[in-house]
Design a protein around this ligand. Structure first.
Ligand code: 5GP
Length: 114
């Protein structure tokens, strides 16, 4: 059996996290090393290692994550906007092999990203 990722351990409540939102399909929690005043990690509960592994059967789940981010943005009053970042694979800097969206807000972001 392969080892659980950190994010799977957070889903299973084996390690703590500051959870901002949860439902049957997903979880959103504060990033442990925030890169902005608001920095949440939004994940499906289904274990999908990376964007490149998403299949047609995941479409509803992945779409749901965006609706959840919109809900969270309203809850937190992110009227100035927010950035959603997904790292896929080593060149993009993906460290945790469980699909996740970084939701960042509370400051201005540069473009292009680093
Ligand atoms: P990646 O580089 O894979 O796109 O992003 C992984 C993110 O997970 C990083 O921003 C990192 O700070 C965050 N992270 C890693 N380990 C933990 C942890 O144990 N708890 C929380 N809340 N975030 C974590």
């Amino acid at each position: 059996m392969t080892q659980k990722t950190i994010f799977k351990k957070i889903i299973d409540r084996e390690i703590p996290a500051e959870i901002e939102y949860e439902d049957e399909l997903c979880l959103a929690f504060k990033d442990i090393h925030p890169q902005a005043p608001v920095h949440l990690v939004v994940i499906p509960k289904k274990e999908i290692p990376m964007v490149d592994d998403i299949t047609e059967e995941d479409e509803a789940t992945i779409g749901h994550l965006f609706v959840v981010m919109r809900t969270i943005a309203r809850q937190l009053g992110l009227t100035g906007g927010y950035r959603v970042v997904v790292n896929n694979g080593p060149d993009a800097g993906q460290e945790v092999m469980h699909v996740h969206y970084h939701m960042l807000a509370g400051r201005k972001f540069g473009w292009p990203p680093g």
